[in-house]
Ligand binder design. Sequence first.
Ligand SMILES: [Mn+2]
Length: 417
Amino acid sequence: MKLVFLSDFHLGFSQPEREGEAFENAMSAMRAAVRERPDAIVFTGDFFHDKVPSQETLLEAFKILAVPLAEKSKAVVIEKETKEGRIAVECQGIPVIAIHGTHEHREKDYTNALQLMESAGFVVYVHAEQACLERHREKIVFHGMGGVPELKARDALKLWNPMPEPEAFNILLLHQSFKEFLPVDDDMVATLSISDLPKGFDLVVDGHLHWSSEVQEKGVHLIMPGSTVVTQMKNLESKKKKGFFVLETKGKKLHFVEIGGQRQFFYKKIELNMTNAEEAREAAKDAINSLLGGQRFEKMPLVKLKVAGTLAKGFSSSDLDFRMVEMQFLGSAIVSIDHSFKEESFGKKIKELGLLQQQKKSIGEMGLEILEKNLKETEFGAAFDVRRIFDLLEKGENDKAMEIIVSSAQEKPKPKT
Ligand SMILES: [Mn+2]
């Protein structure tokens, strides 16, 4: 059989200048998916961006799901194995099998948006359940678990404990983070590792992470279709194009299809040292200009700039305002700038004070240092022995001190020019 794997449409996601983007990309992905003439389309969560989608968003969802539904093909029966028993669902067009994502996750007492889509006949929804599709003398079993809060993911998977069925092509559908895929400096959390995945599945398909990927390790073949729209603006999203996977179960042939008309996304991190607000803004502007490089874009590109480093003395992060830079690119790019500067920490200041305390300089010593420093800036320079003069002054022998100063000035006239 032929299957298409799609994920993370995030319908309802909106940003200034990008109002229709989630919908346009999802529609173009769905149309391209249908053109593949698959036996089923599989969706791994975050169809919607909000837990409770607006009616405007529901309208978009209906238009998108009407595309596979309207396809002329023989009705197909999907056997759904639920907690209440086996249910036969007759599907028109190309069936869509779906799990919910973290964005649609709601506690048991509430109906989630995918259950709503199922009741309208648009999708076959599974959560800690199975759906079985038999066609062309082939049997595919989809084992799906919708997105649960990351901290509960490992336990939830263990509790559900899905088992591959014999003599079938078994696909596990999830919507979670995996430790192996998170960049080290990412703020997302994960409790699941690839080694936690149950064995014996022909394929594992995971939503949630928005960049597409494929891995085969530890006896697991895992694919992530990624999102069809940039929402999180992660570095990896700028490296991979948006699209979907197509699988031919016979011979297990898999390939990725990019969707057309995508908005370009650039991501860059710059480091600045001992910088002030003005320099930081200039550097940010230069970095963005070099990313865009005077290219022409079909759609205004998206730029995410991260500025990090240290600030010059006397500046704090609150002095930094990059909105001016973002505004300068209005009409040519959609720019978003984040900054995280290391300020001189309280700890460091305490340490410095401690060091001064250790040195325990006498008032006399400090006075001498000040006199030496000030003299260096006068035309006297090193014309006389400062320590000797200081001692005389300290003891009140002002006349003698003056005598030495005057005579040394006459002996060695070397004024600074
Ligand atoms: Mn998502």
